[in-house]
Ligand binder design. Structure first.
Ligand SMILES: [Zn+2]
Length: 222
């Protein structure tokens, strides 16, 4: 999925870039455009080669705040990236790099490989997995815990992290709560069951139809 992408030649091309909630989708022009010059002490980031660097967007780095590296970086540029998950283009902003390397304490080796929505999705999946594992080890789970575990499990199946045969586990978990007289529990249980059936119905469609349907969903969301 990853490919090298050249910097757009026209402003219009940024219109299709994934928007960053804080920095937007277009380059931030500063007018600063240094070139690597070791003798003059100018070092640009090795993950920002010329072909993905947006000209005139450099900002100064504060070397005293970077995590110690063999070669510190003196300037950051807005750079073009292609998201590893969705394949769309986005900018890894100079300001964002400054934030990563000088405030969050990330090493200069860290690179941004996913757009913001995909990063959030990835973090959501990590949290679901963690919670699922936790609940898995709980002895005598309450109805609420069984429901939460079924929800985590189904979400992970929907995200294709878990195999679809894990739907059996979702059913087993739901069977354990079905006798609960609590109205709230009962309605959550019904919702999950409906989601489970909807997932299975989608999966059972002939693959051709499914691909078309997914294509439609993709173009709707983009
Ligand atoms: Zn993405």
């Amino acid at each position: 999925m990853e490919r090298t992408i050249a910097v757009p030649h026209s402003e219009d091309e940024y219109a299709s870039f994934v928007e960053h909630p804080r920095y937007g989708r277009r380059p931030h022009v500063t007018g600063l455009n240094p070139k690597t010059d070791f003798r003059a002490g100018v070092v640009l980031h090795w993950h920002s080669p010329k072909e993905c660097r947006v000209p005139n967007t450099a900002i100064f780095a504060d070397l005293s705040r970077q995590v110690a590296a063999t070669v510190p970086v003196t300037h950051y540029f807005d750079v073009v990236r292609t998201c590893r998950d969705c394949g769309r283009s986005f900018l890894f902003f100079a300001q964002e790099q400054k934030h990563w390397y000088e405030e969050l304490g990330f090493g200069l080796d860290s690179d941004c490989v996913r757009c913001v929505p995909c990063r959030k999705r990835q973090q959501g999946i990590a949290r679901l997995r963690e919670r699922y594992e936790e609940l898995f080890h709980v002895q005598n789970r309450s109805s609420d815990e069984n429901l939460e575990m079924a929800d985590c499990c189904l979400s992970l199946i929907e995200e294709s992290v878990f195999h679809r045969r894990q739907t059996e586990r979702v059913r087993i978990l739901l069977k354990q709560v079905v006798q609960d007289p609590d109205e709230h529990v009962d309605s959550r249980c019904r919702d999950l069951l409906a989601r489970l059936r909807a997932f299975e119905a989608r999966e059972d469609e002939p693959s051709g139809r499914r691909i078309i349907a997914e294509g439609v969903r993709h173009s709707e969301s983009s």
